[in-house]
Each structure stands twice: as structure tokens, then as C-alpha cells.
Design a protein around this ligand. Structure first.
Ligand code: ZN
Length: 211
């Protein structure tokens, strides 16, 4: 596995439509392995192949509903993903590993049903909500050349970002005091996600991090 460079949103690759994956071969597996390492290193909640310069419909998300001591155990690989159902609405903070330091308020579905293929070409479906639904929508947008900044109804001020960071630090301190190790399992204080977000579904406050 190797770390890949995460492109900034000014890179033309982030504006392009990615192509369908036809071959579930070793090349795809190397891409997915490298993306996993890159996502974990960046402490994100998701990463799409165009963010590492590969215009193929492939993305990773951290599914915070999966119980695991380790974020790697929460990674879901999505090849040729499609959203087949959306319901509800959530409005909250979102960020992106390709747009460091910028957070915006974005409205997304509260729940989505996704169909995708695994790295071996086996189809599967999943229904996710809250933060994970936001991450899925954010990553699939990347496959269509859409960056969250074009969807944000407004961007957070420096003061709001500082408050968000302070809340995150306080949450981490609480976790430490409780003897909890590792990243929060709830997704309430996500690390960065490709998406960084606020898990708080209706308030433009807090959260943290993104891709
Ligand atoms: Zn992103």
C-alpha cells in the first residue's frame, strides 16, 4: 500500500465525471488499498478516487454505525455506487479533504439506500443515515465532479470554525477522561472527512472534520 497525494479542489480532476469501473482486477485492488491508507492517514470520513487523480467510480466511506475499535474496520469500499433511495433531510457542517480549512453548511438526505459492488464485483446494498448518509452523498458527488463548496448555503466563519475545534477538543477530553481510546465510535465528533462534518443533523454547529 502507498499513500497517494490528495488533490486540491482547484485541480481539474475534481470537476470531471468519473467513469464506470469495468474490471475488478489487481489495479483496482491496489487503488482501493492505497485509498484506504490515504484516508486513514488523513483522518477523513471518506475519500473518492478522483481526489487521488483517478477518474473511476470508486469511493471509500467510514460507516460510523459499524462497531469497531479501529476506523479501518469501519471502512466500506464502494465501486460503481448508486443511490437508489433518499429520505428526510439534514442540514449541517461539511468539509472536504480537498478543501482544507473550509467548512460549509450543506443540506443532505437524512437516509440513503446505496447499491454498489465490492472489490471483487459482488453487488451489495446498504442503508445508512445521519453522518454516514452525508458521507455517501459527498463521495458520490465527487464521482460526478461536484465539490461540496458548490452546494453550501454558507461557509463557517473563522470564529465558528474555532468553536467547532474547541468543542471537538472538549469532546476528546471527555472521552479521555472516560478512558475511551481511539476515535469516537458514534460519529458525533468525526475526524475529518473527506468530509468533515457535523453530525448534528439540524444545527449548523459543530463537528469536525472532513475530508
Ligand atoms: Zn470531499
Amino acid at each position: 500500500m502507498a499513500l497517494r497525494n490528495i488533490l486540491g479542489s482547484d485541480d481539474p480532476a475534481l470537476k470531471k465525471h468519473s467513469r464506470h469501473v469495468a474490471d475488478y482486477n489487481r489495479r483496482l485492488h491496489i487503488l482501493l488499498d492505497d485509498m484506504r491508507e490515504t484516508l486513514l492517514e488523513a483522518n477523513g470520513l471518506g475519500l473518492a478516487a478522483p481526489q487521488v487523480g483517478v477518474l473511476r467510480r470508486t469511493a471509500l466511506i467510514i460507516d460510523t454505525s459499524i462497531e469497531s475499535d479501529d476506523p479501518e474496520g469501519q471502512i466500506v469500499e464502494l465501486v460503481n455506487p448508486e443511490i437508489t433511495m433518499c429520505c428526510g433531510e439534514q442540514t449541517g457542517n461539511e468539509g472536504c479533504l480537498s478543501v482544507p480549512g473550509v467548512y460549509g453548511i450543506v443540506t443532505r438526505p437524512q437516509q440513503v439506500e446505496v447499491r454498489a459492488f465490492d472489490r471483487h464485483g459482488k453487488p451489495f446494498g446498504m442503508t445508512v443515515s445521519g453522518l454516514t448518509a452525508r458521507a455517501v452523498c459527498h463521495e458520490i458527488d465527487h464521482l460526478d465532479g461536484v465539490v461540496f463548496t458548490s452546494l453550501a448555503e454558507r461557509f463557517l466563519s473563522d470564529e465558528e470554525i474555532e468553536m467547532m475545534a474547541a468543542e471537538r477538543r472538549a469532546a476528546m477530553d471527555r472521552d479521555a477522561a472516560a478512558g475511551r481510546e481511539g476515535p469516537p465510535a458514534t460519529g458525533d465528533e468525526p475526524a475529518a472527512n473527506d468530509i468533515k462534518l457535523a453530525a448534528n443533523d439540524n444545527k449548523p454547529d459543530v463537528s469536525t472534520e472532513g475530508h
